[in-house]
Structures are given as C-alpha cells and as structure tokens.
Design a protein around this ligand. Structure first.
Ligand SMILES: [Zn+2]
Length: 253
C-alpha cells in the first residue's frame, strides 16, 4: 500500500512539476556504510547507488549550513536540494563514505557522539567508531562539518533536566544538534537552545519547509533495504504528501 501510494504520488509530482516547480528540500540521515547486520547500516555499493539516483534525478547536494541559511534568512538554495548527515561517528564514515562523497564533491554534516567507544560497548556493536584523531582530521576536511549528538547517546526524553546539560553542551561551539534516536522533550529542546545551537534535528520522514520549528527540523533516516527509487520518493513532494496523509489518519483514524 505504501509503495503504491508513493508511486502514485511520484507520478503526480512528475507531471505537475514542470508547471508548479516544487520546492523540495530534505535532509537524509545515514549511520554506518558497511555490511553490518543492523537496519541502519547501508552497504557501500548501495550508498553509491543512492547518490547516483539522486544526481540523475537532478537533486543538488548542499550543506546543512546552506539549508539553514535558506530556512532562517531566505538565502536561495536549488529547487531540489538534499543534505547528507551521518549520525554517531562510525569509523566507516572516513574509510568508506567519505571517498564517495569526495568523488562527487558532496558536503556533509557528521553528528558525533562524544564518548563513542562507550556508546559502542553499550550497544554491543562490533562496528569501529571514529577515534579522536580521526575527528580532528575530519574537522579540517573542506567537505565535512561537525554537529553534536550528545556525550553518551541517551534517550533525552527520559532524562531529568539536571542531567541534560552535560549531555547537550558540546565540547566546542557547534551550530547543529541531533536528538539521539530522534527522542526529544520540551526540556531537551530548551536545553539545546540554551547551549547555543542554531537548530536541532529529529527523525521524521518529511521535507524541510520554512514554517517548521527550528528546534525540531525533520531528517529522513535511510535504512538497509531502501532502494534508489525509495530515496527518490523520500526527497520529493511525494514524501511530503505521504507524511501529510499519515498525519490526517493519525488525527482522525
Ligand atoms: Zn544516534
């Protein structure tokens, strides 16, 4: 049903776009680029296909700064704009994802967990994490920006106000924050605001639009089985229509 709706919406989108010139701005959220079993790990060749599909569909890869400037100050971005973000700080970002991003000159934001090794142990994951030396190197890379994803990746919605500061305040000033697991609360949003960030991102399959809350901007999580065609749907008006329809059913269903 979902695929049928997406396909229908996408066909409608493609036939209306020459007249309506849809504004499509979205932020994708990747984790590991590897053959790891977890749902959020994407094999390298599949990641390459995602990039090629979006390029062939004439989407432009822009930085998170570009999207935020469009969002907050009306600075122009291409009609079809996509930003890539990577969460947690897996070592394969540097060894596997970055060479592909370099090949296509794609800017990227890396949302880092501070205590990455502890986070890996908590997860029981075999995936290596970026070392502090890696991070220092990446910080200088012209395509890479760093964002904050808390110190230990807690569920912020379940954390007391007193414990939030040490998780949310970054070691060095950063512009953007991503809620771990997409979990947030009013207190967490307030703490992020007080910590000096410019905007914060949750996880929600929708496009970014100007009316949205800057402390709760949507990102689309990419999962292992997502094909290039799925990606093309996620970054298009079809996704926005699907999300709106889902909201209506949630309200009245
Ligand atoms: Zn995370």
């Amino acid at each position: 049903m979902k695929h049928l709706l997406f396909n229908t919406f996408h066909i409608i989108r493609n036939s209306l776009d020459p007249f309506l010139h849809f504004r499509e701005v979205s932020i994708l959220c990747y984790h590991s680029i590897s053959d790891d079993q977890s749902d959020t790990s994407i094999p390298e060749d599949q990641f390459g296909k995602h990039i090629k599909t979006l390029k062939n569909a004439n989407y432009t890869f822009v930085s998170l700064d570009d999207i935020f400037a469009w969002f907050s100050q009306n600075v122009s971005v291409p009609q079809k704009a996509v930003t890539l973000t990577f969460d947690d700080g897996y070592a394969d970002f540097k060894t596997t994802a970055l060479p592909i991003l370099e090949k296509y000159n794609i800017p990227v934001t890396l949302f880092l967990v501070g205590d990455r090794e502890q986070y890996r142990l908590n997860l029981g994951s075999d995936l290596a994490m970026l070392s502090d030396v890696d991070v220092a190197e990446l910080e200088k890379h012209p395509l890479v920006s760093l964002g904050w994803h808390t110190k230990t990746h807690p569920n912020l919605a379940a954390l007391s106000k007193e414990n939030m500061g040490q998780e949310i305040i970054p070691p060095t000033p950063m512009s953007f924050f991503a809620y771990p697991g997409g979990n947030y609360s009013e207190n967490a949003m307030g703490a992020v605001q007080n910590a000096g960030f410019s905007a914060a991102f949750s996880i929600k399959r929708d496009l970014v639009s100007r009316g949205k809350n800057r402390w709760l901007l949507p990102r689309i999580v990419i999962l292992k089985n997502d094909s290039g065609k799925d990606l093309e749907h996620y970054v298009s008006m079809a996704q926005h229509w699907y999300a709106s329809l889902r909201n209506v059913f949630k309200k009245y269903g």
